[in-house]
Design a binder for this molecule. Structure first.
Ligand code: C2E
Ligand code: CA
Ligand code: CA
Length: 666
């Protein structure tokens, strides 16, 4: 491609050639003019001299008289070296005695001939023939002019030099000047613009040439816009838009830096994982705008409560990471964390409502609990989970023990999924017994897990995890179906007509499809629903009260009964018994443990009486001794469950038990 420099060089060459051409033509013209002047001059000298001689000479012997004339003529003109008069080949008179012979090449002078530089330079001897009369007889003589060739050459060379000086040098100077001008105003600014376009760091000063200046200023505008957009993009890619806190990306960046620093100085730091409590519920009830407002508030509170060098980042919907690296000791760290939690839990006004927000924090330490962002996050998350588990609005430190427990839970969860596929679950059955007659009046289904390695796993070890992982839904479906199918089978096969109680977890119960599924199942199997009892816990009554009340009513509408399980472990609010359509109250083992103390006994009796007043039956759970049974009889508690009668049994053994019991009744 053509560069400006190359373009200028070509331009230079063209200019120089053109100048040189015109110089040559001019120069040659000049030289020829000079040649003509010299030729005319020679012509004049020869004519004048020959005229003088021819008019004044009448005898050849007097020719010497003209020697002075010839000498004078030759001396007057520095371009003439000698004048010679000859007759034929014989020299008669000469101004230069060194000329003894006539040269071969002689130019015969005529008036009309074309004269140029070569003519002058090539012909050193010019001849003019003339006649003189001696006694009226014409004699042919010739006048020879010897040109001073070196002098003539010099003469021409002189002008050559002059031209060079006056013509070429100024041209070159002008050209150089132009070149410099172009360089200064065009080449350099263009180069600056090029560099600016490449690196856009050094902004060139305003340029002199208008077009270039337009380009420069528009480039400047573009780059300024680009760089501000780039900065905005960089900022937004590293900042959470809602809270304006650093996002996960920036957190990782700063964490990497902090880890390096921490390695160097050998000081640990605390990695906190904060999660707003019940955030989903807030979002669901107050709306997402309120949720956003809370996130912003919490972010602000943290920024106010912590110091500028603490790192605070938003890493999820309601999840934040705080990194504290400057604390004296664990007591101070505890204070800082508690201060944050306290400020968050102070009343907040959101969407014109005052609500109570709280958060849970898990704490992990670098390098003890993790050596990179991922490990620290995982450990802090585990600790945070524990804080939630222990009642929320608190912090919990990560421990290895906690980690192992979580690991076990995680593994268990994986195994549970497989267990359902591999049909490893089995129902055990425990009789419900009449206190007075000891007759079996009902059955409770209790799930067991036949683990291929661990053997029989009781539900206490996996129900919670099944609930956490959502596996309780398919498992619960399976239990209900299994319980109803077996009951039908027993009715038909062994004429066992006993209501079957199925435990339904809160999560399963609150699922929107729970009742529909139950209804479909009952209808499909053509199962008499009055043989079905659903055991729920108080937690079902406490959450989503209206919805759950409706579901309970529908279950009752189907013909099934409702048992309230574990009464005495939760809130045990008597108000529930009034509101909810409950058929049976199951008094928990913990109440019964106290039956032999006076207050304990009164307590149980009161509950039984009150339930009876509300037309609710009572079953005591975990009855193990005759004494307990006797007490129950005394207070008119009509039924019980417990080892006193039987442990939960696998199907076959349970059928045997029931058959035996029926035969003793008969
Ligand atoms: P739960 O519904 O209160 O069941 C009673 C628990 O007490 C059973 O434990 C039973 O084996 C045990 N038990 C019965 N009689 C006695 C006794 O005399 N003394 C003592 N110490 N314990 C007795 P299990 O089978 O380990 O079940 C524990 C809990 O797991 C159940 O408490 C229930 O909440 C849950 N669960 C069991 N099966 C299911 C199920 O199919 N679905 C759901 N959602 N939960 C279940
Ligand atoms: Ca139960
Ligand atoms: Ca119970």
């Amino acid at each position: 491609m053509l560069t400006i420099n190359r373009f200028l060089s070509v331009l230079f060459m063209i200019t120089v050639s053109a100048l040189f051409g015109s110089f040559i033509t001019y120069y040659v013209g000049e030289q020829n003019t000079k040649a003509k002047i010299i030729a005319t001059n020679f012509h004049q000298v020869m004519h004048e001299t020959s005229y003088n001689i021819s008019t004044e000479l009448n005898n050849l012997n007097n020719l010497n008289n003209f020697k002075a004339l010839l000498d004078r003529k030759a001396a007057q003109n520095h371009l003439i070296s000698a004048l010679v008069i000859a007759r034929g080949k014989q020299i008669l008179l000469t101004t230069d005695h060194s000329i003894r012979k006539l040269p071969k090449h002689i130019h015969h002078h005529t008036q009309h001939q074309s004269v140029n530089r070569h003519f002058i330079l090539d012909n050193s001897v010019h001849e003019l023939e003339f006649e003189v009369y001696q006694q009226n007889k014409p004699i042919q003589l010739s006048l020879l002019l010897f040109a001073n060739q070196p002098e003539i050459k010099n003469y021409f060379a002189d002008t050559y030099y002059q031209y060079f000086v006056f013509f070429i040098i100024p041209t070159l100077l002008v050209f150089l000047f132009l070149h410099q001008l172009l360089k200064k105003f065009l080449v350099k600014p263009l180069e600056k613009l090029r560099l600016f376009a490449y690196y856009h760091d050094r902004t060139p000063q305003p340029l002199k040439i208008k077009e270039l200046e337009t380009i420069r200023s528009s480039m400047l505008q573009t780059f300024q816009l680009l760089s501000s957009e780039k900065q905005a993009l960089y900022r937004s890619s590293r900042t959470d838009a809602l809270s304006e806190l650093p996002n996960r990306y920036q957190l990782n960046e700063r964490l990497e830096w902090l880890i390096e620093e921490s390695k160097r100085t050998n000081t640990p730091f605390a990695y906190l994982f904060l999660d707003i409590d019940n955030f989903k519920k807030i979002n669901d009830t107050l709306g997402h705008d309120a949720g956003d407002e809370i996130v912003v508030n919490v972010a602000k509170i943290m920024q106010e409560a912590l110091r500028a060098y603490d790192i605070i980042a938003r890493v999820g919907g309601d999840e934040f990471v705080i990194i504290l690296s400057k604390y004296q000791n664990l007591i101070e760290l505890n204070h800082i964390i508690d201060r944050v939690l306290l400020k968050i839990s102070q009343e907040q006004i959101v969407s014109n409502q005052s609500i109570n927000v709280s958060a849970s924090i898990g704490v992990a330490f670098y390098p003890k609990d993790g050596t990179d962002g991922q490990e620290l996050m995982k450990s802090a998350d585990i600790a945070m989970y524990e804080a939630k588990k222990q009642g929320r609005n608190q912090h919990h430190y990560f421990t290895e023990e906690l980690n192992q427990r979580i690991q076990i839970e995680v593994n268990l969860e994986k195994e549970l999924h497989l267990a359902l596929k591999n049909n490893e679950f089995e129902l055990y059955y425990q009789p419900k017994v009449s206190s007075k007659t000891k007759n079996i009046i009902g059955i409770e289904c209790l799930v067991r897990w036949n683990h291929p390695e661990k053997g029989l796993v009781p539900p206490g070890e996996f129900i919670t995890i099944a609930e956490q992982s959502g596996l309780i839904l398919p498992l619960g479906d399976w239990i209900l179906k299994e319980a109803i199918e077996n009951q039908l089978h027993w009715q038909q096969q062994y004429n066992i007509q006993l209501p079957v109680s199925v435990n339904v977890s809160a999560l399963q119960f609150s699922h929107k499809d729970f009742f529909n599924k139950l209804e479909t199942l009952v209808n499909e199997l053509n199962f008499p629903a009055n043989f079905l009892d659903i055991e729920i816990t108080e937690s079902v009554l406490m959450e989503n009260t209206q919805e759950h009340l409706n579901t309970l009513k529908k279950i009752r509408g189907l013909g099934a009964t409702i048992s309230l399980d574990d009464f005495g472990t939760g809130y045990s609010s008597l108000a529930y018994l009034k509101i909810f359509p409950i058929n049976i109250l199951k008094i928990d083992k913990s109440f019964l443990d106290d039956y032999d103390s006076k207050s304990g006994a009164i307590f149980i009796e009161t509950i039984v009486n009150m339930a009876h007043n509300l037309k609710i039956d009572v079953i005591a759970e975990s009855v193990e001794t005759e004494d307990q049974l006797n007490f129950l009889k005394q207070i008119n508690c009509e039924a019980y469950q417990g080892y006193l009668c039987s442990k939960p049994l696998p199907e076959k053994e349970f059928i045997e038990l029931v058959k035996n019991s029926l035969s003793t009744q008969a």
